[in-house]
Ligand binder design. Structure first.
Ligand SMILES: NC(=O)c1ccc[n+]([C@@H]2O[C@H](COP(=O)([O-])OP(=O)(O)OC[C@H]3O[C@@H](n4cnc5c(N)ncnc54)[C@H](O)[C@@H]3O)[C@@H](O)[C@H]2O)c1
Length: 209
């Protein structure tokens, strides 16, 4: 958005139609190219449709940013009030990242490259009072990101008749190729960015009220 001359073609996806249209409008005003996609990251069909629309419009997907997230901080003693928000948080923060990754995976493998950026949080790095569920979703995102970072490197796009990857299966042990999908785990990126911004004396986060 800041550098439309870089030529990025952007799909803005959000559950909120008004907000996403507003961002697309800002990008267009700045001279960029963008399209909107209203979708719920909890719904894999929504994301598959968004990927299909993006590929139909732009031909490929180079970068996916799994950004949607909620942060329902609450003490465990307030579980009665917090439970629904915690369940939504799990579905959006973690399952949403899985859904996004699944939705673009075959496309990125077939085009031979792709970058997935998962937005995590320093709350996923260690326990913080009031963030037990939110932090757990971000720790799960970290774990998932590190797994995805390694796995596609071995996926040569070879499939058996059922369409399953043949990588690392007994009949095709340990095939290795250069990285096909690179995943930037959000926690690492954010951590280093925050360290640079905060300097060596950064403090532990505190739950929002
Ligand atoms: N703000 C912070 O200080 C902070 C710190 C660490 C990590 N993060 C992470 O950064 C990401 C963005 O946070 P933010 O502060 O910009 O939040 P935000 O609330 O401003 O933006 C989140 C966006 O996600 C969208 N969204 C929510 N549920 C959705 C769903 N089911 N499907 C599709 N879209 C949905 C919302 O409409 C909203 O536009 C989150 O993953 C968050 O955990 C934020």
């Amino acid at each position: 958005m800041k550098r439309p001359d870089w030529g990025a073609k952007i799909v803005c996806l959000d559950i909120g139609a008004d907000a996403v249209e507003a961002v697309v409008g800002e990008i267009a005003t700045a001279g960029g190219v963008a399209m909107s996609s209203v979708a719920d990251v909890r719904n894999i069909d929504d994301l598959r449709a968004a990927v299909a629309a993006a590929v139909a419009r732009f031909g490929r997907i180079d970068v996916l940013v799994n950004n949607a997230g909620t942060m329902p901080l609450a003490f465990l003693s307030d579980h009665a009030e917090a439970l629904q928000a915690w369940n939504d948080c799990i579905d959006i923060n973690f399952k949403g990242v899985i859904n996004g990754t699944v939705a673009v995976y075959d496309q990125m493998i077939s085009q031979g490259s792709g970058q997935i950026v998962n937005i995590s949080s320093i709350y996923g790095n260690h326990p913080v009072v009031g963030s037990s569920v939110h932090g757990a979703t971000k720790a799960a995102v970290n774990y998932f990101s590190n797994s995805v970072r390694h796995e596609p490197r071995e996926d040569q796009g070879q499939r058996d008749q059922a369409g399953r990857s043949t990588r690392n299966r007994p009949d095709n042990p340990g095939c290795r190729t250069a990285s096909r999908i690179a995943v930037l785990g959000g926690a690492r990126a954010e951590h280093s960015t925050m360290r640079e911004a905060a300097g060596p004396a950064s403090t532990s986060p505190r739950p929002r009220p």
